[in-house]
Design a protein around this ligand. Structure first.
Ligand code: NDP
Length: 529
């Protein structure tokens, strides 16, 4: 049958014509060497990129595909299946069959744990190629993907593998006031939820797949995973490794496609028991509404506008400045927990803000595959448009740009690392999630004004505190309304550490043993004796 290729669309939520503000004359990324894609990845990219359904790689039911771009070049690197409602339905049928009658639930928990462990091992064995795929597809420096994304993904599977044998219920002494003299043996079982739909974003494509799949599998569920349209490639390679690990067919299904078609169909599907979503708060609300049809369980990891607070008693100010720069510029600011509001005690405000700006100026922009690149492009033209629109708005609203503030170069989706001061609480760049390398800096003087301002956001994902006063650090951490507080550090993640949001930053916690709560349900069993 004929295959048609649909062009990647600009989301319905953004203007169709994505005008790039800024004149493109900003500090350009380093002169581009020809991209050194390894021959192995080049031939893998050239092969068909299909959906994984019921253990088989199959084209989209419509036989349509869509283009996947290298954001450093704005060039097409692959075509993947354009899955939609029909493909989601087929994947859900496969997952249901695997859950109800396949070999998955007959495996012992030890066997299940070993399979999950093997996925982690295979990720490590293929770490170089996964890092290259991630860098090409998302734009992040290959060295960063190799040092952070890939090992963290492997570690997540290894950590969750251990939990497969440790998901336990309780025995509960019961009294039953209306059954005088009767005796019972009561206990609880923690059982898998069933068929899980998982929708992930583009900022950490492999790692987000791991965060979702690891606990779902450890708890015995079957999954339909939909990667982001911008970055589907590492999830597809992971699917190949999952098959190689020996995970039975239908346990993990992967459907590539667009949010408004495949994603929406998954969120609304009547035979999906739970949906797990990471992405924008806006789409999170759409997911909640879609899930209402069959009241499927929902967990959400959403946006953030995280305060990073530097006190004058931070001690090693250089470390605090480097930490503040890392908090916003890591992953090009495309982090839900980015420290995008830098709050600095007034006495050291200029020193810290200028220090972060100096760090910003030194960051070497370039394609992710160049070995000396420190910051790659944003993920897509849509994201470039969004970030430069905010930069423009900030200027119009009267903010002062200490450094950056425009697109960098004319090719690819690069922007300058940007530091902004003289901001007011009502400005869009202060209130809204930009999801780019843009930090707004505000001074504070009194601690009593600090906390209400730090918490003055609809989000509550993360926060940073820099001080050597240990009592103050704990007091502030307790008062911040955020799911994670880093003290004298930032962006510290571990498979054992729960991550998630207060307020409109989400529902539930990923990673750690708390993630298992999302993927299990409790059954009470009572035996009359
Ligand atoms: P989205 O929230 O649109 O995308 C996240 C995931 O949701 C993707 O897989 C997307 O699919 C899917 N999706 C989109 N619409 C629907 C829908 N109606 N039903 C079901 N699934 C859907 O984020 P964007 O990519 O549009 O990014 C926009 C902004 O969102 C960013 O600038 C940032 O502020 C925020 N964001 C936050 C993230 C986080 O980690 N908290 C991650 C990514 C973005 P597809 O991509 O195929 O359309």
């Amino acid at each position: 049958m004929k295959t048609t290729t649909s062009h990647r669309r600009i989301s319905a939520r953004t203007p169709k014509t994505s005008r790039i503000s800024g004149n493109g004359n900003g500090r350009a990324p380093a002169k581009r060497p020809a991209l050194a894609i390894s021959s192995g990845i080049a031939s893998w990219l050239a092969g068909p990129k299909q959906n994984l359904i019921g253990g088989k790689w199959v084209p989209a039911a419509s036989h349509k595909t869509f283009d996947v771009f290298n954001p450093a070049e704005a060039s097409v690197i692959a075509q993947v299946a354009d899955g939609d409602k029909e493909d989601i339905s087929r994947a859900v049928v496969a997952a249901r069959r695997a859950f109800e009658s396949g070999p998955w639930h007959r495996l012992t928990t030890s066997e299940r744990g070993k399979l999950i462990w093997r996925i982690g091992d295979l990720i490590l064995q293929h770490a170089d190629e996964l890092a290259e795929i991630e860098s090409l597809d998302n734009g992040k420096p290959r060295a960063v993907a190799r040092a952070a994304d890939v090992p963290l993904a492997a570690d997540l599977f290894h950590y969750m593998a251990g939990w497969a044998t440790k998901i336990e219920g309780n025995t509960i002494p019961i009294s039953v006031p209306y059954a005088a003299g009767a005796r019972f043996h009561a206990f609880t079982l923690r059982e898998p939820v069933g068929v899980i739909g998982q929708i992930i974003p583009w900022n950490f494509p492999l790692l987000m797949a791991a965060w979702k799949l690891g606990p779902a599998l450890a708890a015995g569920n079957c999954v339909v995973l939909k990667p982001a349209e911008q970055t589907p490639l590492s999830a597809l390679r992971l699917g190949e490794l999952i098959i190689e690990a020996g995970v039975p067919e239908g346990v993990v299904n992967i459907v590539t496609g667009f949010g408004e078609t495949a994603g929406a169909a998954l969120a609304a599907h009547p035979d999906v028991d739970k949906i797990a979503f990471t992405g924008s708060t806006e789409v999170g609300k759409i997911i909640v509404r879609a899930a209402a049809g069959n009241l499927k369980k929902v967990s959400l990891e959403l946006g953030g506008k995280s305060p990073n607070i530097v006190f004058k008693d931070a001690g090693d100010l250089d470390a605090a400045i480097a930490g503040a720069a890392n908090a916003i510029f890591f992953n090009h600011g495309q982090c839900c927990c980015a420290g995008s509001r830098l709050m600095v005690e007034r006495d050291i405000f200029d020193e810290v803000v200028n220090g972060v700006a100096e760090q910003a100026k030194k960051i070497k922009l370039g394609p992710g595959l160049s070995p000396d690149t420190e910051m790659g492009p944003l993920v897509s033209e849509e994201q470039l448009s969004r970030v430069t629109k905010y930069m423009h708005q900030g200027k119009q609203e009267g903010a002062c740009y200490v450094t950056g503030g425009t697109r960098a170069g004319n090719r690819g989706y690069f922007v300058q690392p940007t530091v902004v001061k003289d901001v007011k609480p009502g400005m869009s760049i202060v209130r809204e999630e930009i999801f780019g390398p843009v930090v707004v800096a505000e001074p504070f003087t009194k601690p009593e004004e600090l906390i209400p301002r730090a918490n003055q956001t609809e989000y509550g994902l993360a926060a940073g505190v820099w001080t050597r006063d240990i009592a103050k650090a704990h007091r502030i951490a307790a008062e911040l309304r955020a799911g994670t507080v880093w003290i004298n550090c930032y962006n510290v993640f571990d498979a054992a550490l729960p991550f998630g949001g207060y307020k409109q930053s989400g529902w539930g916690r990923e990673m750690g043993h708390e993630a298992l709560e999302l993927y299990t349900q409790t059954k009470a069993v009572v035996v009359g004796l």
